[in-house]
Ligand binder design. Structure first.
Ligand code: PBG
Length: 336
C-alpha cells in the first residue's frame, strides 16, 4: 500500500494539492443529498412548528407541515424521511399501547405523506420509548427489568401497524434480542414481504442521545434511568459485530451504526466485512455539538458538518441519518 521508495525532492505530494481543479480531480469521497435521510418529529395539531430548544434549528411539526418538509426534502434530492412521534403524556402507559394503535399520530402522518409525496421513502421507527410512561424502549417488571420477549411481541404489532399505514421500511431502535427475526416473520405472515427492515444493530448506550430525549419528551419519564441493559457498551467493539451478524441472519435489509462520529471504527470494520448496506446516524448530540461550536466560535456550520459527514462516508457508510439534511443538501448545491 505505502510506496516507501519515493522520496523528496522527486516526490512532492503538494503538487497534487496546488489548486482547486487538481483537488477536485483527485477527490475520492463525495457526499450527495441522496446519501442523506431526514429525521422528523411529529406532534398533534395543525400548522404547528415548535422549535426544539435542545436541538438547534429543528422543529416538532404537525402532520400537515411534515408533509411540506417531506416535499422540500424530495425537491432537494433527499429520498427518505424517518419519523418519530411526540406523544402526549395522556396517551403513554406502562406497555406503550399507543404504539400499535392504527390511528396513532405516526400512522396518520405516514398516510398523509404517502398521499402527497408518494415518491419519498418513509422509514418508521420501531421502539416503545415515545409511548411508555417510564421512557424505556420496552416493557418493565416491578424490579425495573426490561422484559425482552414480551417487548418483542409488542414491537411486532407496532411494525405491522406501521406497515399497514404505508411505511416502506421499519427501523427497530429498541435493541431487544431476536426482534429482527420475529418482526420479519410477522410481516411476512401478514403479506408485508416488501416492507423492509433497517436494523439499529450497533446502537450504543450513548450520552449523545440527550437532545433527542427532550425532543420526543422521554427525558422526563426516563429520569435517572439508563438503557445500558439493552444498548451496547461503548467500551466494546466485538459485541457490535455479534449484533450485526445476528440481525443479518434474521433478515435485516441494512444495518445502522449509532451514533456516528465516535464509532467510525465500527462503521469501517462493518463496511469491510459485510455485504449489506451500512447506515450511520449522526445523532442529536452530534448535531447540537456542531451547531453550538459554530455559534460559539463563529465557524461555518456547513463546513463543520460536511467534515463529519464525509468522514462517516469515508469509513464506509452508504447513507447518513442527519438532522440538517435539507440545509446540507442546499449548501452542497450552492458549492457547485
Ligand atoms: C429510542 C431512540 C433514541 C434515538 C433514536 N431512537 C434515543 C434513545 O435510545 O434513548 C436517539 C437519536 C438521537 O439522539 O438523535 N428508541
Amino acid at each position: 500500500m505505502f510506496n516507501f521508495s519515493a522520496s523528496f525532492p522527486n516526490s512532492r505530494p503538494r503538487r497534487n494539492r496546488q489548486n482547486k481543479a487538481i483537488l477536485n480531480l483527485l477527490t475520492q469521497h463525495h457526499l450527495l443529498p441522496s446519501n442523506l435521510i431526514l429525521p422528523l418529529f411529529v406532534v398533534e395539531g395543525q400548522n404547528i412548528a415548535e422549535p426544539i430548544l435542545a436541538l438547534p434549528d429543528c422543529f416538532r411539526f404537525s402532520p400537515d407541515l411534515i408533509v411540506k418538509k417531506a416535499k422540500e426534502a424530495y425537491q432537494n434530492q433527499i429520498y427518505a424521511v424517518m419519523l418519530f412521534g411526540v406523544v402526549p403524556e395522556t396517551l403513554k402507559c406502562e406497555t406503550g399501547k399507543e404504539a400499535h394503535n392504527s390511528h396513532n399520530l405516526i400512522c396518520q402522518t405516514i398516510k398523509k405523506i404517502k398521499e402527497e409525496v408518494p415518491e419519498i421513502l418513509v422509514i418508521a421507527d420501531v421502539a416503545l420509548d415515545p409511548y411508555t410512561s417510564h421512557g424505556h424502549d420496552g416493557v418493565i417488571n416491578q424490579k425495573q427489568e426490561i422484559l425482552n420477549d414480551e417487548t418483542v411481541e409488542i414491537l411486532c404489532l407496532q411494525a405491522l401497524t406501521l406497515a399497514k399505514a404505508g411505511a416502506d421500511f421499519v427501523a427497530p431502535s429498541d435493541m431487544m434480542d431476536g426482534r429482527i427475526g420475529k418482526i420479519r416473520s410477522f410481516l411476512d405472515s401478514n403479506s408485508y414481504q416488501n416492507v423492509g427492515i433497517f436494523s439499529y444493530s450497533a446502537k450504543y448506550a450513548s450520552n449523545f442521545y440527550g437532545p433527542f430525549r427532550h425532543a420526543v419528551g422521554s427525558a422526563n419519564n426516563l429520569k435517572q434511568a439508563h438503557k445500558k441493559s439493552y444498548q451496547l457498551n461503548y467500551c466494546n467493539n466485538k459485541e457490535a459485530f455479534l449484533e450485526i451478524a445476528l440481525d443479518i441472519n434474521e433478515g435485516a435489509d441494512a444495518v445502522i451504526v449509532k451514533p456516528a462520529i465516535a464509532y467510525l471504527d465500527i462503521i469501517l470494520q462493518a463496511s469491510q466485512n459485510i455485504a449489506l448496506p451500512i447506515f450511520a446516524y449522526q445523532v442529536s448530540g452530534e448535531h447540537t455539538m456542531l451547531k453550538l461550536l459554530a455559534k460559539h466560535s463563529n465557524l461555518d456550520f456547513y463546513q463543520l458538518c460536511f467534515e463529519h459527514l464525509i468522514a462517516i462516508k469515508r469509513a464506509g457508510a452508504q447513507a447518513i441519518i442527519c438532522y440538517s439534511a435539507i440545509e446540507i443538501a442546499k449548501w452542497l448545491k450552492s458549492q457547485n
